[in-house]
Write a protein that binds this ligand. Structure first.
Ligand code: HEC
Length: 301
């Protein structure tokens, strides 16, 4: 019976894994032309490769295994390729970068997990296994990202957050049109993305509908994170605090008694329930010992 249940569980897991990864059976990666030819600002030298190795060990080895060793997770469908292989070798840097950004099926999207530099360093590490590979370094100036100014505003009437992306060039202020913008609200555990990422209009502006009932801190402040990605200016991130949440008095994780308190301050009801449970067990044990002693004494008589 137990065996059958176990088999059933395995069959269901396999079925789920297969169904979930059906879209991933598509062969090859459909990478937009403009992304294919993208190159890295980061030079793939020994330093970048070494740092890429530690990025890879933390984020990729669990599935892909060590390049060239064939120790990838064979139970996944499709299996994560050994990244030292020819298939990966033949992808352009831009394609690799795109794959890391978007993910597919089981392969996660690393766009909001790793910084742009770390994504390129992971690719530097992968390239170190590709014989004959010669890097073409991007001609875009990494210093350009420092010129970007992100302005975030909130309109209470329409409940919209507007992001305005400009660059302070020497020749004057330039609106960054066609720039990908993602908006997040900082939460205690990870960030909550507000709507889908979108692209700025001709004035470098994009608006997001902000959810009405998002809890903020005591004053209703919510920390907003804006991430932009522009062809010429690279990726830039900005953080700002704004009063657009519902004021909520969340107990701090260290101050008061709360369920997930990290400072040994569990709520009283948990402590009382726990200790009464323990006392009953210990009490019962003592009661048994006493009775045993009685039996023992009786036997002696
Ligand atoms: C949860 C498992 C998992 C993790 C973690 C993961 N990948 Fe993947 N990756 C996959 C799977 C599965 C595929 C195949 C997806 C497909 O073909 O649809 C894949 C495909 C790829 C490809 C395409 C290779 C080719 O030749 O087609 C690259 C490149 C890649 N991953 C790089 C990375 C890097 C770099 C990391 C770490 C930053 C990473 N992956 C983390 C599972 C994973």
């Amino acid at each position: 019976m137990l065996r059958r249940k176990f088999n059933l569980k395995i069959s269901i897991s396999f079925l789920l894994i297969t169904v979930l990864s059906i879209p991933a059976f598509a062969q090859g990666w459909d990478v937009p032309e403009a992304q294919k030819s993208k190159n890295s600002n980061v030079v793939f030298d020994a330093g970048a490769t070494k740092e890429g190795e530690s990025v890879f060990t933390k984020n990729c080895v669990s599935c892909h295994g060590n390049p060239g060793k064939g120790n990838f997770m064979k139970t996944l469908t499709p299996p994560p390729p050994d990244l030292a292989g020819d298939k990966t070798h033949n992808l352009t840097d831009g394609e690799l970068f795109y794959i890391l950004n978007t993910g597919r099926g089981v392969m996660p999207s690393f766009k909001n997990i790793l910084s742009e530099t770390d994504r390129w360093k992971a690719i530097a590490f992968i390239r170190s296994f590709h014989k004959g590979y010669v890097q073409v370094v991007s001609k875009t100036d990494p210093e350009k990202s420092k010129l970007v100014k992100i302005n975030v505003s909130f309109d209470e009437k329409s409940n919209k957050v507007t992001v305005d992306v400009k660059a302070n060039e020497k020749t004057g202020v330039v609106a960054l049109k066609e720039t990908e913008v993602s908006l997040f609200a900082k939460r205690r555990f990870g960030n909550l993305q507000i709507e889908k990422s979108g692209r700025t209009d001709a004035n470098g502006v994009i608006s997001f509908n902000f959810p009405k009932e998002l809890p903020g801190d005591k004053e209703g402040n919510v920390e907003l994170i804006v991430k932009i990605s522009n062809e010429a200016y690279g990726e830039v991130e900005s953080q700002s605090k704004m009063k657009l949440g519902i004021p909520t008095d969340v107990p701090s994780l260290t101050k008061e008694r709360s369920m997930f308190n990290v400072m040994k301050k569990a709520p009283w009801w948990i402590l009382i329930t726990y200790f009464s449970g323990i006392s009953i067990v210990i009490g019962f044990f003592i009661y048994m010992l006493l009775n045993l002693k009685k039996l023992f004494d009786l036997g002696k008589k």
